[in-house]
Design a protein around this ligand. Structure first.
Ligand code: SOE
Length: 387
């Protein structure tokens, strides 16, 4: 019997549009989702952005997201735009009864995130916020070990998400550096990821204290509206603008109902770190280390190993027995960043007609946004802030 199909429209055509297009295309070829996605429409901001739509797998293109969101033949809206557009599109889509995938962070403010969640809940639609690192096989296996008590009581959750893509003073002003478009800088972008990973692996952050910094406060304005990562080398104007968001944030926190101490460092000024999302978890029975630049493995230390044999062992998370790897390659044949989006879309499709959600919902994203807002409050008050 032919599978039920669901028609997808994606809003946004830059880096995340490319990653999500690959996921919608690959999920039906490599996995066996209960419903089959049809890549109907890709929406962009200007015609040049839509040139790749065909080769990325989309049947149609549009410059009018609102018209597409209200099309009766569309079932799922996938939001891959800059953060400030997430609420207006998601609320329109929820009111139109569409299921929603939205990139992280959910919104620029906690207020907007709560409104998106409330509207989605009221519309009784499925809603996912794309915290893609949850879907690394290594992270899933680490979660399984922690949830089974394998690490014992967790003393420390440590995350350092370090990049260096805007260290050049000549890198121009992009939407990720303007509060009205992005909410916050490194904090809302990569800080959202490590906060969600802490929630996923250990538990909810309930109180924080923090410091934030902007290292380069003025940047030249580029002469074209390109995506954040595409702006390097773009032609410049003679005008400058003020960077009004953080380049880096450091915060520590307590975890609800746990003795765990959590520490987080997020920066775009760690020269040599390209996308170094790293987590370290230390418990009474053992320890785990993982980083995205070497994402197919994690290091596991078991305190009950016999003396003389103790030490961190490398676990290759693309061997059988780890989630998702069955769909890809033989043992040891590694996968990449883009596979995480295929995994999250597979989970979204798998849960579409069920009560469960095996991913970050808008409710989870609101919990993440609550931490981000507390971090900003703490950085300005220089006091501990409850989430
Ligand atoms: C920029 O920091 C960015 O593109 C993030 O926005 C993504 O979520 C992350 O996966 C890679 O880096």
């Amino acid at each position: 019997m032919a599978k039920k199909t669901v028609n997808v429209a994606m809003i946004g055509a830059q880096f995340m549009g490319k990653a999500h297009s690959n996921a919608w295309r690959q999920v039906k070829a490599m996995f066996d989702p209960p419903v089959e996605p049809v890549m109907k429409v890709m929406c962009g901001k200007f015609p040049e952005e839509l040139a790749s739509a065909g080769k990325w797998g989309w049947q149609e293109t549009s410059l009018d997201w609102k018209e597409v969101v209200n099309r009766p033949d569309i079932d799922i809206i996938d939001i891959c735009t800059p953060n400030f557009l997430h609420p207006v599109i998601a609320i329109e889509a929820a009111k139109a009864g569409k299921h929603i995938v939205c990139e992280k962070p959910l919104a620029n403010t906690l207020k907007e995130a709560k409104e998106m969640w409330a509207t989605a809940k009221k519309a009784n639609i499925k809603h996912m916020c794309g915290f893609s690192y949850r879907f690394a096989p290594a992270v899933q296996s680490m979660k399984k070990l922690i949830s089974s008590g394998g690490l014992g009581e967790i003393y420390h959750f440590r995350a350092a998400y370090q990049q260096d893509w805007i260290m050049d003073p000549d890198f121009p002003m992009v939407w990720r550096l303007k509060k009205k478009h992005t909410g916050s800088g490194a904090l809302g972008d990569i800080g959202a990821h490590v906060t969600d990973l802490c929630h996923f692996l250990v538990g909810p952050v309930c109180e924080v204290t923090s410091a934030m910094e902007t290292f380069i406060k003025r940047r030249v304005i580029a002469d074209s509206d390109v995506g954040a990562w595409a702006a390097k080398g773009s032609k410049k104007t003679k005008q400058y603008d003020t960077v009004d968001v953080d380049d880096a944030a450091i915060f520590i926190g307590h975890i609800k109902d746990k003795i765990t101490l959590a520490s987080f460092e997020v920066t775009r000024f760690a020269g040599g770190r390209r996308n170094y999302n790293s987590i370290e978890i230390f418990g009474s029975k053992g320890s785990l280390l993982w980083n995205q630049e070497d994402m197919n493995q994690f290091q596991y230390f078991n305190r009950s190993d016999p003396e003389g044999l103790q030490g961190f062992r490398k676990v290759l998370a693309c061997d059988p027995g780890h989630p998702y790897v069955h769909a890809w390659w033989p043992p040891g044949h590694i996968i990449g960043y883009e596979h995480l989006f295929v995994h999250e879309i597979f989970e979204f499709l798998t849960c579409l007609n069920s009560k469960k959600e095996s991913y970050s919902t808008f409710e989870d994203a609101v919990k993440c946004q609550s931490v981000l807002e507390a971090v900003e409050k703490s950085a300005s008050s220089k006091k501990w802030v409850k989430v």
